[in-house]
Write a protein that binds this ligand. Structure first.
Ligand SMILES: Cc1cc2nc3c(=O)[nH]c(=O)nc-3n(C[C@H](O)[C@H](O)[C@H](O)COP(=O)(O)OP(=O)(O)OC[C@H]3O[C@@H](n4cnc5c(N)ncnc54)[C@H](O)[C@@H]3O)c2cc1C
Length: 398
């Protein structure tokens, strides 16, 4: 593998840097810095997405004819690394990284023509309706029912842990359309307009203090049959295809590396009494750096192996497992670095809208919420135990 960028790639990097300098506003930079969650609020991310959209850079992984920029693996990596270096907002993965590739592969022409441009422009914000109370890892047992009545499905049931359902105007959902002998065969994939009568959203506040996830209830919700993706009863196949993109369709290592750099900066400062000089902290940071090198090589290898728009396959589980564990190691060291200050809580949310002087210096504000929020990384998108099971069966062939 060639590890140095060539002249053409360096010119591409400069082009990205110039774009960022022109379009990444200081107020957005601060808001993103003070966002502890893995997803940014729409008021932080949408202006940035609109600027990217104007350049055709919203969906680096999509094929060119679907609206992707046609970048190769090195260009995708450079783009992500440059964005991570300055901390640009995190675009919702539900549209660009998840339902977008699914529609490109399995959607009807009408669905592609309608939804894909709206994902790119940021006009549509999506949420993911997979998990239900009692159906998380055992997703095939899901019970939210969609009964066909004429040219509609009537949906009843509930979804839980639905990230950003309170912002989204659309949900992609796995629903039960029949009770066959094999649970997986009765599942279908529906696109639901969140403004449809009969949908209720109940917020769930998580231990980091943020409102990110929700429970969503469906009471006789009428969804046009045209919103079915592919064939009825094939939703399990589509749902699993989408999960490969959720787990391994992006480039995460540059963001993690920047998160570690940010913590090193705090650890080097006087306000932490130069915590980095503590041998245990320095050793942990070195270990995380090595893990990051390995993740970066793995991501580059997968990116190079993929043609634009292809699915990552079971290796996505290895990437998800490692990235989530490294993320947690980074946020944990962040808490260790600030010592007893970690006991002081700033309850106001969002942190970027803080209108009083906090007891904590600004550089400390997100460290504990980010650590608590990050506990979910080894749960969502399929828990670490489930990823290990997939790796054992599908990668190692055990
Ligand atoms: C912050 C957050 C955001 C989320 N966002 C979304 C979202 O937007 N949309 C959505 O649909 N879902 C979302 N989820 C739900 C997430 O996908 C589920 O929480 C996850 O799949 C685990 O399911 P569960 O919570 O029901 O736990 P369970 O499946 O009950 O698992 C409990 C524990 O048992 C272990 N376990 C279960 N089965 C096995 C097994 N076969 N072998 C070994 N160990 C096992 C698990 O690893 C876990 O440790 C989110 C979750 C969180 C925490």
């Amino acid at each position: 593998m060639e590890l140095e960028f060539n002249a053409e790639e360096l010119a591409f990097r400069d082009e990205i840097r110039a774009f960022i300098a022109d379009n990444f506003k200081p107020e957005t930079r601060r808001a993103q810095k003070l966002t502890p969650s893995f997803q940014s609020d729409p008021d932080v991310v949408v202006p940035w997405q609109k600027a990217l959209h104007a350049r055709g850079w919203v969906a680096p992984g999509w094929p060119k004819d679907a609206g992707g920029p046609g970048w190769n693996a090195a260009q995708r990596f450079i783009f992500e690394a440059e964005c991570a270096r300055v901390g640009t907002p995190a675009m919702s993965p539900m549209g660009v990284r998840m339902v977008g590739p699914l529609l490109i592969r399995y959607g009807s022409q009408e669905q592609k023509d309608f939804y894909l441009p709206r994902i790119l422009s940021g006009e549509d914000l999506w949420c993911q309706g997979y998990s239900e109370p009692g159906s998380g890892s055992d997703l095939a047992s899901l019970r939210t029912k969609a009964e066909r009545k004429g040219d509609h499905y009537v949906v009843n049931g509930t979804k839980i842990w639905t990230t950003h359902a309170h912002f989204a105007n659309r949900m992609f959902a796995l629903v039960r359309t029949s009770d066959g002998a094999r649970q997986q065969d009765g599942i279908s994939f529906l696109l639901i307009d969140m403004k449809t009568p009969g949908i209720t959203i109940r917020p769930i506040r998580t231990m980091g203090g943020d409102h990110e996830v929700n429970q969503v209830f469906f009471d006789d919700v009428h969804v046009p049959a045209a919103n079915l993706v592919g064939e009825e009863g094939q939703g399990w196949t589509y749902g699993k295809y989408l999960l490969e993109f959720e787990r391994g369709g992006g480039v995460v290592s540059p963001k993690l590396r920047q998160a570690l750099r940010n913590i090193c900066e705090v650890a080097e400062s006087e306000v932490t009494d130069h915590a980095i000089a503590h041998p245990e902290i320095a050793m942990k940071i070195s270990e995380i750096s090595l893990d990051l090198d390995a993740l970066e090589f793995a991501e580059l290898r997968v990116l190079s192996a993929l043609q634009s728009g292809q699915n990552p396959g079971a290796v996505s589980s290895s990437l998800k497992l490692r990235a989530s564990e490294i993320h947690q190691a980074i946020t944990r060291i962040g808490v260790e670095v600030i010592g007893q200050s970690a006991l002081i809580e700033e309850p106001m949310r969002p942190l970027y809208a803080l209108n009083h002087e906090s007891l904590l210096p600004e550089a400390f504000l997100t460290l504990v919420p980010r650590h608590l929020n990050g506990r979910a990384n080894t749960i969502f998108g399929g828990s670490s135990e489930i990823q290990r099971e997939i790796i054992a069966k599908q990668v190692l062939g055990v």
